[in-house]
Design a protein around this ligand. Structure first.
Ligand code: PEP
Ligand code: MN
Length: 450
């Protein structure tokens, strides 16, 4: 399913090239860029259009208030960290959270990982002030090492990201269908977290409740290993649709239906810095059929958001659009309500999700971090706003890793400022470690039950 002449000749899919486009690398050599584009367009897609439609249907259930969305993974994946163990541990953490949230919400949890393609980052400056070199824009663009050679934007890295994504996806698909992700297996991991860590022990009551629910199902004759719904999971992929050459090259037209999908991932989101109504990113992603996310920061006005919603989902397709607010704990209670009222009042069936990470970044002696209490408080604010307005707090979007890193402060392990240097490994923003991510899941499960 390489790109066909039809795909190559769809002027609408290239209209973005005529618009202002933010956050693209200054590729030094246009010939290299064209070569990378040609290679990518000849490669098979990473996901398929029917999978993309099935995610849209699941997200439509979230929009109706009948399911919950859990989206999470690294801020920036790296080629070096694209290893079997790290992929396994990230998937494991996400699945563990999902089981807890399923119990708390008493509804299905739609699982979307920031994985197998999250290789490009928006940056505040083209040139990094501290080194005078081009900023690191993600492994799809350049290398994080501090040399002029490493930081040179190299389009061949987009092709390398495609191959890294394919390798990761291959493993993820195996995990999702095998016994690895069966409900009983995932619950065993949660029991170990509760039993073996000080951070986990306070969630013993809920873990025991889940245990009872599983025992009840088993007593009713449900085989937790073999029942299709419980023996595996559906795990979808997502990344920020930042590098438009990459996204365009992997966009395909389905022969049978004529549907246009960006098959680099199931869900693609638009970042806070590239969501200009008249910009290239919004135009391009308005033309592909995937579920689209759009970040909404604290300065967004209700008029701005409704214009985006109308452009990105003019046909009011439920599940098509997820608005991911990322306002900061101190702002969400003031900034979110008028936006929800406007969009909801206009009858748009969006998914409301909360990214409690990006509005809560702080600097501790030059180290970027976030405090668990702020993350939790923003989620609480998100639930309060939706409860007040009678809308569905549909999902959570977080940055996490399956490793025991020390990048975010607080949580049951009480990570302090002096601990940050211990295991600070992120290539970009600070991520919740496994323990903090699981704690957040237990606490959100409590909120969902309240
Ligand atoms: C991100 O999700 O890593 C990101 C850059 O977020 P935002 O666009 O909300 O700043
Ligand atoms: Mn980030």
């Amino acid at each position: 399913m390489a790109q066909t002449d039809l795909e190559r000749s769809r002027p609408d899919l290239d209209f973005w090239r005529t618009l202002p486009v933010k956050q693209q690398p200054n590729w030094p050599d246009q010939g290299e860029l064209r070569a990378a584009y040609t290679q990518l367009s000849a490669l098979p897609p990473l996901v398929t259009a029917p999978e993309v439609r099935s995610l849209t249907e699941h997200l439509a259930a979230v929009a109706r208030g009948e399911a919950f969305l859990l989206q999470g993974g690294d801020c920036a994946e790296t080629f070096a960290a694209n290893t079997a163990n790290k992929i396994r541990d990230k998937v494991k953490t996400l699945l563990q959270m999902a089981v807890v949230l399923t119990y708390g919400a008493s509804t299905p949890v739609v699982k979307v990982a920031r994985i197998a393609g999250q290789y490009a980052k928006p940056r505040s400056a083209d040139i990094e002030a501290s080194t005078g070199l081009p900023s690191y824009r993600g492994d799809a663009v350049n290398d994080i090492a501090v040399t002029a050679q490493a930081r040179r934007p190299d389009p061949a890295r987009m092709v390398a990201s495609y191959h890294h994504s394919a390798a990761a996806l291959n493993l993820i698909r195996a995990f999702a269908s095998g016994g690895f992700s069966s409900l009983s297996q995932v619950h065993e991991w949660n029991k170990a977290f509760v039993r073996d860590s000080a951070a986990g022990r306070r969630y013993e009551v809920m873990a025991t409740d889940i245990e009872r629910a599983l025992a009840f199902m088993a007593a009713c004759g449900i085989d937790l290993q073999r029942t299709a719904e419980l023996g595996g999971v559906e795990l979808y992929t997502s990344h920020e649709g930042l590098l438009l050459e990459y996204e365009r090259a992997l966009t395909r037209v389905e022969e049978a239906t004529g549907a246009v999908c960006d098959l680099s991932a199931h869900m693609i989101w638009i970042g806070e810095r590239t969501r200009d109504l008249d910009g290239a990113h919004v135009d391009f992603l308005s033309r592909v059929g995937n579920p689209i996310g759009c970040k909404v920061g604290p300065k967004a006005t209700p008029d701005e958001v409704i214009a985006l919603v109308e452009k990105l989902n003019p046909d009011h397709i439920p599940g098509r659009l997820t608005l991911i607010s990322r306002m900061g704990a101190g702002k969400i209670r003031d900034a979110l309500p008028s936006i929800v009222e406007k969009v909801n009042g206009a009858g748009h069936p969006v998914v409301w999700a909360c990214d409690p990470m990006h509005g809560n970044t702080r600097d501790v002696s030059g180290v970027k971090t976030r405090h668990f209490d702020d993350v939790l408080d923003e989620v609480l604010g998100f639930f309060e706003v939706h409860k007040e307005l009678g809308t569905h707090p549909g999902g959570l979007h977080i940055e996490l890793t399956g490793d025991d890193v020390t990048e975010c402060l607080g949580g049951g392990q009480e990570i302090g400022e002096a601990d940050l240097a211990g295991r600070y490994e992120t290539a970009c923003d600070p991520r919740l470690n496994t323990s903090q991510a699981l704690e957040l899941a237990f606490l959100v499960a409590e909120m969902l039950q309240a």
